[in-house]
Design a binder for this molecule. Sequence first.
Ligand code: A2P
Length: 340
Amino acid sequence: MSDKKINIAVAGATGAVGNQMINCLEEAEFPVGAIKLLASSRSVGRTLRFKGDLIAVEELGEDSFKGMDIALFSAGGGTSQRFAPFAAQDGCVVVDNSSAWRMDPDVPLVVPEVNSHAIAAYTKKGIIANPNCSTIQMVVALNPIHQKYHIKRIVVSTYQAVSGTGKKAIDELFDQSRAMINFLDYEKKVYPHRIAFNCLPHIDSFLDNGYTKEEMKMVNETRKIMEDDTIGVTATTVRVPVFYSHAEAVNVETIEPISASEVKLLLEKAPGIKVMDDPGKNIYPLATDGAGQDLTLVGRIREDESVANGINMWIVADNIRKGAATNAVQIARVLADDYL
Ligand code: A2P
């Protein structure tokens, strides 16, 4: 670990995740030298606070990364696709939260608790991808099980918060809820259906195979991060009227014999996890427990009585923090400590 100060750019600084990235840098006491906050031309003139200072937001451009060491991107796939190569060209390592680079074989896809070693491959393109939020919390909880018992198959259903769609979706849930409670007409701008008091089995766009892109991200990214293409994964992803925190009902089948009590002991010792599992006292992770903190919460751990070596569990984490900003800042920390 060195005392070097790291110059950081945040692209998408005015967004839900970008804003949290700035908070995480501050909370983690990251050794920030200069900081540059970047967004679209719409945000020029705005200021954001970092460690008590007001910093002017600048328009993201091809020359934004000169003199910067690490750029945290969360400004959408198209923006990452276009601007990340300019950052890399200027020697600024990109940690990208969009899906633009995740499946590129020359870009590591990293959850530090699972495959921190993969960060070394950042030199190939100068880009590291931050995985999909639902995938991050699932692999944090499942990797310790895979290492010991070898996972054969994963069946997951998600209950995902609107903040994953960005600020406009947070406003939409709030506005629709308020309108409905007051018997007023509501508007639909972000989702194809009303999200207030509803559940939408539709996240990201539909593909020819009948799955959504979000579902296939969970399949492909899980295999890439856990470095095992033999794991079968099938997902149903659902948007629910919750502001912060994704929850997941997960069923796993392992090759080695497994029991619920062994899984509890294993996860209690695993990094980044808190087990909350005492059904007799109504203790299990709630979305509200996940929100505003950085751990992945696991509960309802029980044997699947319909199959050999099957376990059911419930996994909750803050989608904006561990599912996005915290994970990106953790990656940046490993980069700063071990590589730059
Ligand atoms: P802006 O606020 O100027 O539109 P969210 O996911 O919460 O909606 O946030 C998206 C983030 O990405 C915002 O900071 C937004 O900036 C930024 N962004 C979107 N499009 C661009 C673009 N073309 N260039 C730079 N930043 C962009």
